[in-house]
Structures are given as structure tokens and as C-alpha cells.
Design a protein around this ligand. Structure first.
Ligand SMILES: O=c1ccn([C@@H]2O[C@H](COP(=O)(O)OP(=O)(O)O[C@H]3O[C@H](CO)[C@@H](O)[C@H](O)[C@H]3O)[C@@H](O)[C@H]2O)c(=O)[nH]1
Ligand SMILES: [Mn+2]
Length: 782
């Protein structure tokens, strides 16, 4: 490893937002990095930071104030019945209880925010040796992919490249790619990535490149220079960029190449009609996985297991590259050119066996890696995640070692004790056939039958959010987590920006959460190893979708009150308004404080609120329905892969997908809510115009709330209108259209006046009520 590069990147690791945090054990007036003055020998491998007192104390006081105000508010509500509409009164109070309860679930675990900051200089001093070797523990990194088309292979390749190029001792770091599609396309893309890595990785090391995923690196507008010679860097970068473009072209051509090659082989064999047409590897053998033209034993969900070592385990001593020459202009003579081991794994799949989605893939990888490298630590990335900070692996490992370098001996002993892995030995071992067939044997479809895998061992089955439940199982067994957020961000992943896809993703997450709630892994039942606040956090994460039921009530019923004339609150008093104001005001200030130390903007927080509203009344509701059906009728929930954006196409607008509308039933409820609120405000307007209600100022209060709901659903409406929605005018025109039509109809068609209409005195009273009734909502939003 190039020392200059290390030093340059090293200085960058820090907390995300340094001004709000202070080291624990230090008073507020000392800066967070005060222990830079302490000698390296005396420093811990990471330090703990808390929020500065000036922010934290008011934060906690506000939480307390809000709790009291909320309690008084609910007491007020219970003691002021609404005899006109008792059902409204009862259901709304139930809703307020729920909102209050879920606010507490969300708030309590945040009472004492803690961040950890790894000290990489200490880690290096204790674990790295002068000759370039290291005593750091082994680390097996798993990347999962399930479909080379839905999950673009270029993105998967980038993920793998970012891992191979990360700063970690190469002989102790292995990357496993799990391919649930079993397709040659994925395999060959990985083989290409391994080839390109021989240029990319030494280039990263030589010049201290950040980030080390090539796509995200070359996307950067400027390329700040970290290493030694500027001119050398510019030349090398141009050269590597060219290599990367060629690599991309090869990846894009793979599908065609495989097809052509296979056609040639099949033609040479003179296949008769109806005979299966095999897919052929470059070495002239038949691919054992899924074929391009699927046939028996060679289709998705029905194929053999495959384990292929793409990059073998490296030697244990540094290997410098060649100097620049005529056909190789890159000078790697001062750079270690070894690569970490890279293994392609496609577990066996057979009809009749539940392959248990990602959790099943992770368990197969766990066993397969145990046979090959058996590192004591595992890291998992999805195919669309990448390492964004080359120090991320070292940063993470800091928390696995404690303050005490003696633990290394212990950590080293784990692989030796648990499995006689060939690579745990000091010398480099080439994966021999016996070992490989052993690795294949542990990934067979039948392997887990009548075992504890998926329930007590490994990743847990039975939910579409296996990550949540697996973390939970670890915590109830006594494992502890540590929160660490560094800058530049350690990892970056992608999420769909298309409304439909995003709603589906949130549907899956909320469904998975509820599945856990209705299972033996309900956090109310967890062992006492769970910290009480951790239990609260798990209750929150497994119950939040229930909010949908109350939210839909609160975003429709008040608007309908304009039509029916029945309101949630009958006669608000001054105290009612006072409580309400405190409950609302504190919520806002709490958010502003959180936003400050979290390093996001108030705008982002608000956007998040808008999406929360949209998702709650669509995906969360659907999740509740799905899981009720599952629990009652024992029907399994299907898993839909989250669609990924195509990577690496510069000509394409990255936001093109944003306004592509694909209809889904999930959109029905938000649409109804939008309509109800427009109609509600239009009717209120009409009643005022009509002279039915005279207290127009008070009506305005109610209408304001309708607008507030609409404002939250505005991005949804824009998304729904597709490309046209790019101009906000279109949304406004639709809104005005609906509003005017409703108001005109209301005024001109006498029979839609409800029984409560045309009572001057009553009308006045009612109008004052909605204001209150409608305002309730925002009271209680968590
Ligand atoms: O049968 C399957 C299905 C999925 N996957 C992989 O699982 C990962 C996550 O799937 P995706 O559809 O992308 O879900 P996301 O919602 O984007 O993923 C988030 O949510 C999942 C839980 O639902 C977690 O497993 C992921 O780590 C987390 O990033 C991807 O790498 C897939 O290739 C498989 O390997 N096999
Ligand atoms: Mn994803």
C-alpha cells in the first residue's frame, strides 16, 4: 500500500457533522478531536461522541414538555365529548392514542444519541507491520445478486471492484458474489471485473483514489489529487479511464457474445428439433447453471450449484508490479499489485425447495465461505451498494477488536478452532478440486433440510426483511451493535426514484416488519439481553405500518366534516388551543434540533415527511392487509425484487425514471385522500359563499388543514401526472378544476345540501368546530 495515499485519506475520516458532537469524557468547551494530542500508544482504537449539551439538554426538556402537553391534551379530549357524533369522538381519540404511542416509540430510543469515531492511525500502529503485512483479522465480504437484467451487471461489477480496491490486507479479505440467477452472464461479467481489477486496484493504491468504485469515481466533476506526482496521475487516469470504457463495452457485449458462442457450439453439434440448446462457456464446456434457452436442470430455480474461484488467494508477501513499458504505460513498480480472492457462487436450486430469497443466499454463502476462507467477520453488500470510503473496512473492524490488542490472538483463533480451512494456514493455498466440491456440497438445495438454518442459525427466514429479524435475533442472543457514521460515507447504495417502484419497496419493508411482529420474533417476547430502549426501537420498527389505519382516518374524516356537518371536536376552549400549540411547536423544534446533528437539511426532513404521508396511506395500508391475509389464511407473501436503475449510461438523464408513471393499486388511497380534501375545502368555500356559514374566518382554519394534507401529497400528485407533472402548473390546474366544479355543483344543485344545512346559527357553530377538528391531526404526527 502506498503510504502517501493512506495518510492523505486518513485525515478525512470523521463524524458526519462535527460541530454538534463532543467526545464523551470531555467537557463541551474542548473540541471533539481533542485527543489528537494524546500519544498514539495511549489512544483507543475508537472514541465515543455524544451531542453537545447546548443541543441535548433543550432537546430532552422539549421531549418532556411535549409529553406533558400531549397528556393534558388527551385528558381534555376525553373530558369533552361530542354528543353529536360519538363515533367520531371515540375513533379520533383512539387515533390520538396511537399517534402519541408511536411518537414515544420513535422518540425514546433517541434520548441519548451516540456516534463512534474510529482512530485509524491507532489501528495501523497496532496491526500493520513495516513489511506491508498485517495482523488484522480476516474479512469475508458477500455481495448478492438475483438477476443480471433487473440488477444491472455493471453496477454489480462496480460493487465488487470497490471491494477489491478497498484498503484492507489483501490476503485477509475475500469477496464472494452470490448469483441467484445462476446465469453465465453474471459469471462472465465478474470474470471481466476481475480482469479490469488488475489495472484498477493498483491504480487506486498508487494514487489514493477515492471513491474506489470506478463508475462513481469517473462520474466526479473534479478529481482531487492525493498522491505524489501530478503528471503521472493525469496520464495514468487517462489510461485507466480508457481501460474502463473498454471494460464497459465488453460488459455490454457479453449477452450477445454468449449467445453467439453458444449458437456456434450448438450448430457444430447438429442439434435436432426439440433437443435442449446448451449455453457454452468460453473454455468450450457447458455452463452448469441457467441456460439462455432454459431447459430441464438449466433454468432459473432449477440448476446445479456452482463455485468458481475467479481470483485465487494471493501470496502472503508484497508483490510489486512491472515498470512502465511500451505496451504497458502504467508504472506499477512501486505498488503492490496483489488482489483479494474473488469467488463466484451460485447455490443449487431445485423445484420443491424453498430457496428463501436473500436470506437463503446469505446462509449458503456463510457455509461456502467457511469451507474456503472462514474469516471470523462477514460484511454484506447488495449488488447496488458500493464502498465509498476506502477506509470503511478498517473503520468497521475497529469495533470488532476493542481497546486491547490481545484480542487479536483470540480473533485469530476462531477460524482455526471452528474449521480447518486451508486458507487459515500461513502459506497461500490454491483452491483445489476437493475443497471446491466441498464448497459446492454445502450450497445444495437440500442441505438445510431438518436443520436449524433459518431459524436458530444464520440469516432468519419467514419475512421479506431478513436483515431486521436477523439483527434482532443477534441482539436477543447478547450481541451488541455500535453506531458509526463516518465522512466520507462508508457505503453508498441506491433506492428507486420512480414512484411506483419506491412504493413497492416500502410495501415490502413494511410487510416484512409486520411479519416479524406476528411471528415468534415479536420484540415484546425477546430475552432480557435486549436493552429496554432497544426493545422499544424494535417494537417501533415492527408496528409502524399500523399508523396507516389512523392516518387515513385523519386525512379524510375532517375534510368530510365540511359535507356532513359533524366534527371531531365540538367546542374547543382556549386551553385546547394552548395544548395543541405546544404539541405542534415542540414537534417542529425537536425536528430542527435533530436535523442539526444528523447533518441533513430541514428541507430534506420535510420531503421525508411528504413521502412518509404518501407511503403511510398507500404501502403501509397494503402491508397491513397483506399480513392479515397471511396470518389468517396462511398465504405466503411473494418477494418482488426492487428494480434498479441502469448504471453507467452517461447519455441517459439519471432522473428520467422519476416521472414515468406505472399504475398500481397502491395509488388508490392517496388519490381518494386528495379528492376528499379538495372536495371538502370546495364545499366549505361554497357554504360560505352561499351564506350557509357566516364565520368564514373559522372555516379558513379548517380549509388550511385540508391544504396542509394536500401539500404533503403534492409530490405524489406530481408523480402521478407523469411527464406533465414536471410543471407544477398542471397540478394546480387540476386542483383548481376539481375545486371549482365541486363548489359550483354544491351551490347550484339544491338537493345536495345536507340535513344540517341552512341553519344559520348552527352553521356558525359548526364552522368553528372544524377548525379545531381538522387541526387535530398535525398535533399528533410523530
Ligand atoms: O432471491 C433473492 C432476492 C434478493 N436477493 C438480493 O437481495 C438484495 C436486496 O434485494 P432488493 O430487491 O434490492 O431489496 P432492497 O429493498 O433494495 O434491499 C434492502 O432491504 C432488504 C430487506 O428487504 C435487505 O436485504 C437489503 O440489504 C436492503 O438493502 C439484492 O442484492 C438482491 O440481489 C437475492 O440474492 N436473492
Ligand atoms: Mn436495494
Amino acid at each position: 500500500m502506498d503510504r502517501a495515499a493512506v495518510a492523505a485519506t486518513d485525515g478525512q475520516i470523521g463524524a458526519v457533522n462535527d460541530e454538534s458532537w463532543v467526545a464523551v469524557d470531555l467537557s463541551d468547551d474542548l473540541s471533539a478531536d481533542a485527543d489528537d494530542g494524546v500519544a498514539i500508544e495511549d489512544r483507543a482504537v475508537f472514541r465515543t461522541e455524544k451531542i453537545k449539551g447546548v443541543l441535548l439538554h433543550p432537546y430532552r426538556v422539549l421531549i418532556f414538555v411535549r409529553l406533558i402537553a400531549f397528556t393534558l391534551f388527551v385528558i381534555w379530549r376525553i373530558s369533552h365529548r361530542n354528543p353529536d357524533a360519538m363515533w367520531l369522538w371515540v375513533t379520533s381519540i383512539a387515533g390520538e392514542f396511537w399517534f402519541g404511542f408511536s411518537w414515544l416509540l420513535d422518540q425514546l430510543p433517541k434520548l441519548n444519541p451516540i456516534n463512534r469515531v474510529p482512530d485509524l492511525a491507532v489501528l495501523r500502529q497496532r496491526f500493520d507491520r513495516a513489511d506491508g503485512t498485517s495482523r488484522l483479522p480476516g474479512l469475508d465480504i458477500f455481495v448478492t445478486t438475483a438477476d443480471p437484467f433487473k440488477e444491472p451487471i455493471l453496477s454489480t461489477a462496480n460493487s465488487v471492484l470497490s471491494i477489491l480496491a478497498a484498503d484492507y490486507p489483501v490476503e485477509r479479505n475475500t469477496c464472494y458474489l452470490s448469483d441467484d440467477s445462476g446465469m453465465l452472464l453474471t459469471y462472465e461479467a465478474m470474470a471481466e471485473a476481475a480482469k479490469f481489477a488488475t489495472v484498477w486496484v493498483p491504480f487506486c493504491r498508487k494514487h489514493g483514489i477515492e471513491p474506489r468504485g470506478p463508475e462513481s469515481y469517473f462520474e466526479l466533476k473534479s478529481h482531487p489529487y492525493m498522491g505524489r506526482s501530478q503528471e503521472d496521475f493525469v496520464n495514468d487516469r487517462r489510461r485507466v479511464r480508457k481501460e474502463y470504457d473498454e471494460f464497459k463495452a465488453r460488459i455490454n457485449g457479453l449477452e450477445h457474445d454468449i449467445k453467439q458462442r453458444s449458437d456456434a457450439h450448438n450448430a457444430a453439434r447438429g442439434l435436432k428439433d426439440g433437443e435442449p440448446r446448451a449455453t457454452w462457456m468460453a473454455d468450450g464446456t457447458q455452463w452448469e447453471g441457467t441456460w439462455v434457452e432454459p431447459s430441464e436442470n438449466h433454468r432459473k430455480g432449477d440448476h446445479a450449484g456452482i463455485v468458481q474461484v475467479l481470483v485465487n488467494h494471493p501470496s502472503h508477501s508484497r508483490q510489486f508490479g512491472p515498470p512502465a513499458s511500451a505496451d504497458n504505460p502504467l508504472d506499477f513498480s512501486m505498488v503492490d499489485v496483489r488482489l483479494p480472492m474473488l469467488v463466484y457462487v451460485s447455490r443449487e436450486k431445485r423445484p420443491g425447495f424453498n430457496h428463501e430469497k436473500k436470506a437463503g443466499a446469505m446462509n449458503a454463502l456463510t457455509r461456502c465461505s467457511a469451507v474456503l476462507t472462514n474469516s471470523p467477520f462477514i460484511l454484506n453488500l447488495d449488488c447496488d451498494h458500493y464502498i465509498n470510503n476506502s477506509q470503511a473496512l478498517r473503520a468497521g473492524i475497529c469495533f470488532m477488536l476493542g481497546r486491547d490488542s490481545d484480542t487479536v490472538a483470540f480473533v485469530d483463533s476462531i477460524p482455526r478452532a471452528s474449521h480447518p480451512s486451508p486458507f487459515a494456514a500461513a502459506a497461500a493455498v490454491v483452491a483445489d478440486e476437493a475443497t471446491i466440491s466441498e464448497a459446492v456440497a454445502v450450497t445444495t438445495a437440500a442441505y438445510e433440510k431438518k436443520t436449524g438454518w433459518g431459524s436458530n442459525i444464520g440469516w432468519v427466514y419467514g419475512t421479506v426483511t431478513e436483515d431486521v429479524v436477523t439483527g434482532y435475533r443477534m441482539h436477543i442472543k447478547g450481541w451488541r451493535s455500535r453506531y458509526c457514521s463516518i465522512y466520507p460515507h462508508a457505503f453508498i447504495g441506491t433506492a428507486p426514484i420512480n414512484l411506483t417502484e419506491r412504493l413497492y419497496q416500502v410495501l415490502r419493508w413494511s410487510t416484512g416488519s409486520l411479519e416479524i411482529f406476528f411471528s415468534r420474533n415479536n420484540p415484546l417476547l425477546g430475552s432480557t439481553f435486549l436493552h429496554p430502549l432497544q426493545r422499544v426501537a424494535y417494537i417501533n420498527i415492527t408496528t409502524y405500518p399500523f399508523t396507516a389505519i389512523f392516518l387515513i382516518f385523519y386525512t379524510t374524516v375532517p375534510a368530510l366534516s365540511f359535507v356532513t356537518g359533524h366534527f371531531i371536536v365540538q367546542r374547543p376552549t382556549t386551553m385546547f388551543y394552548v395544548y395543541l400549540a405546544i404539541v405542534l411547536g415542540t414537534l417542529l423544534i425537536l425536528a430542527v434540533l435533530e436535523v442539526k446533528w444528523a447533518g441533513v437539511t430541514v428541507f430534506e426532513w420535510f420531503r421525508n415527511g411528504q413521502f412518509w404521508m404518501t407511503a403511510s396511506c398507500s404501502a403501509y395500508l397494503a402491508a397491513v392487509c397483506q399480513v392479515v391475509v397471511k396470518v389468517v389464511f396462511r398465504r405466503d407473501i411473494s418477494f418482488k425484487l426492487t428494480s434498479k436503475q441502469p448504471a453507467g449510461d452517461e447519455k441517459k438523464d439519471p432522473y428520467a425514471d422519476l416521472y414515468v408513471v406505472r399504475w398500481t393499486w397502491l395509488m388508490v388511497t392517496p388519490i381518494i385522500i386528495i379528492l376528499v380534501n379538495i372536495i371538502g375545502s370546495a364545499v366549505a368555500f361554497a357554504k360560505v359563499l352561499d351564506g350557509e356559514w357566516t364565520h368564514w374566518l373559522k372555516v379558513a382554519g379548517g380549509v388550511f388543514f385540508n391544504f396542509w394534507v394536500l401539500f404533503h401529497l403534492y409530490p405524489f400528485a406530481k408523480g402521478l401526472l407523469g411527464r406533465h407533472g414536471k410543471t407544477p402548473v398542471v397540478v394546480l390546474v387540476w386542483w383548481a378544476f376539481t375545486f371549482v366544479i365541486t363548489a359550483v355543483l354544491y351551490i347550484n344543485i339544491p338537493h345536495i345540501h345536507g340535513p344540517g344545512g341552512k341553519h344559520g346559527a348552527h352553521g356558525g357553530r359548526h364552522s368553528s368546530h372544524h377548525h379545531a377538528g381538522n387541526s387535530l391531526h398535525f398535533t399528533v404526527w410523530p
